[in-house]
Design a protein around this ligand. Structure first.
Ligand code: THU
Length: 129
């Protein structure tokens, strides 16, 4: 699979979003070694703070399947500019590598590394370099 295929899967995952409060549906795909692919969508709750972002749902699915290295991520939403992962999701992603991240909106996409979106994610913590 490739970026186009992963992006298609992310749009499919987005369809399953549970977003009755914000009405803002997000889809994500994370890719592990051997091109193993896991989708996620945002899951909102009446108690708003319990909302789970699409990215972290996808990460949880990968980890639950035994995948602990994430090499690529795609995040899609119907936005004017490509969507951007929240700070919490960036930090959680940093736990599992420095993936390439494709952010996709209505009119195009932009690619980053996680290191670009979240510099110094772990430097100094528990004496990490
Ligand atoms: N959301 C995501 O799922 N991923 C992002 O990258 C940004 C925001 C969700 C959380 C909430 O359900 C809705 O989008 C509005 O913030």
């Amino acid at each position: 699979m490739d970026w186009d295929g992963w992006t298609r899967l992310a749009w499919e995952a987005r369809e399953r979003a549970h977003a009755p409060y914000s009405k803002f549906k997000v889809g994500a795909v994370v890719v592990g070694p051997g091109d193993r692919v896991f989708g996620g969508c945002n899951v909102e709750n009446l108690s708003y703070g319990l909302t789970m972002c699409a990215e972290r749902v996808a990460i949880g699915s990968a980890v639950a399947a035994g995948v602990s290295e994430i090499r690529a991520v795609v995040v899609v939403a119907e936005t004017e500019a490509p969507i951007s992962p929240c700070g919490a999701c960036r930090q959680v992603l940093a736990e599992f590598g420095d993936p390439e991240i494709l952010l996709v909106g209505r009119h195009g996409s932009e690619r980053f590394t996680l290191g670009e979106l979240l510099p110094r994610a772990s430097t100094g913590i528990l004496d990490r370099l």
